[in-house]
Design a protein around this ligand. Structure first.
Ligand code: NDP
Length: 329
């Protein structure tokens, strides 16, 4: 069996040399454990933070050890009651072909109800992040004008559509290519979208939202957040989900106009999806229903082969993915 280890810590953008593909024996499983053959794994932006030394909100990856992260696979051996060979499970030991998983940290999923990759994307952690961030953290209400950055990614594509389906006044998205902008407007029903590489974000947002914005779903940080603060109406609310524009740089940028938060009575609220588990059932019911009815659409960008997982991860950080970035094994 093969796994991918952290070979060295990146400075700035990761490179293939930061990863190492290693042949290892099949892991043993203890009582209460499962041996899982992974079929699909997730590459996510937060993994970039874990490649640095020092604790963020998750433990760092260790040099010389396998990386980990969301994965779905088939149980091939079980020493845990309630799990049988052939079950499909969602768990946290990706970046390897075979995982010895503690059954307490595995969730059975139904491969007939949805394609297994959806449990890592639209129906999984990123979809839930969009749902909780918009509805609870940003306290979205009908009629709000909503701006979503990173809008063609895993979280963003769901956030914008939940806003539309819940009765937003207008939904505006930003993304890093013309093809993504087209996808947002033509496929996902955004009212307006722009390519943030076309000019200063503040100007592009002001053109797309001439009457201002009420909610900002922030996946990007930096100049995007600064632009949103300028465009905010009174009592505007930002869900600070991530700041990917600063993940791969040694010279981070921040909003210089955060002082406007006072006069505009803004709420800028950071959040982690794990704190919103009470919304899980509502999320699956509502978003699952919209997927089934065709009202909510989504894309995945799938790379084949564990050996190409580093490439898929780096590509995602560079914006090569449309929708959720996944790796099949
Ligand atoms: P995506 O699928 O959106 O992939 C990352 C995207 O980021 C790329 O496709 C790229 O798209 C964009 N990007 C990269 N560099 C920049 C840049 N300099 N400026 C603007 N955009 C950039 O990832 P996710 O949907 O999984 O994650 C989106 C955000 O949500 C991240 O910030 C992540 O950390 C955060 N997150 C937070 C969670 C929480 O609990 N708070 C949980 C899950 C995710 P483009 O072509 O448009 O540039």
């Amino acid at each position: 069996a093969r796994e991918i280890r952290l070979a060295s810590r990146p400075e700035g953008f990761p490179t293939p040399e930061n990863f190492e593909l290693v042949e290892v024996p099949l892991p043993d499983i203890a009582d209460g454990g499962l041996l899982v053959r992974n079929q699909v794994m997730s590459v996510d932006p937060y993994m970039r933070g874990r490649m640095n030394a020092g604790k963020s909100y998750v433990e760092p990856f260790e040099v010389g050890h396998a990386l980990d992260g969301g994965a779905v696979g088939e149980v091939v051996a079980s020493k845990a009651p309630g799990f049988e060979v052939g079950d499909t499970v969602l768990h946290g030991l990706g970046w390897r072909e075979y995982a010895a998983v503690d059954a307490a940290h595995a969730t059975k999923v139904d491969p007939r109800a949805a394609p297994i990759g959806a449990y890592l994307g639209v129906l999984g952690m990123p979809g839930m992040t969009a749902y909780a961030g918009l509805l609870e953290v940003a306290a979205f209400k009908e009629g709000d004008v909503v701006f979503v950055s990173g809008a063609a990614g895993a979280v963003g594509q769901v956030a914008g559509q939940v806003a539309r389906l819940r009765g937003a006044g207008r939904v505006i998205g930003s993304a890093g290519s013309d093809a993504k902008v087209k996808y947002l407007v033509e496929e996902l029903g955004f009212d307006a979208a722009f390519n943030y590489k076309d000019g200063p974000v503040g100007e592009l947002l002001a053109q797309a939202a001439p009457d201002g914005i009420d909610v900002y779903f922030d996946n990007v940080g930096g100049d995007h957040l600064e632009a949103a603060i300028d465009s905010f109406n009174l009592y505007g609310r930002a869900a600070l989900c991530g700041a990917i524009s600063n993940y791969n740089t040694t010279t981070p940028t921040g909003p210089r106009n955060v002082g406007l938060a006072v006069g505009k009575r803004l709420t800028l609220r950071g959040f982690l999806v794990h704190d919103h588990k009470h919304l899980q059932a509502d999320f699956v019911r509502e978003v699952g229903g919209w997927i089934a009815s065709g009202e909510l659409r989504y894309q995945e960008t799938v790379t084949e082969g564990l050996d190409r997982a580093p490439e898929a991860f780096i590509g995602m950080l560079r914006g090569e993915n449309l929708g959720k970035a996944l790796v099949t094994l």
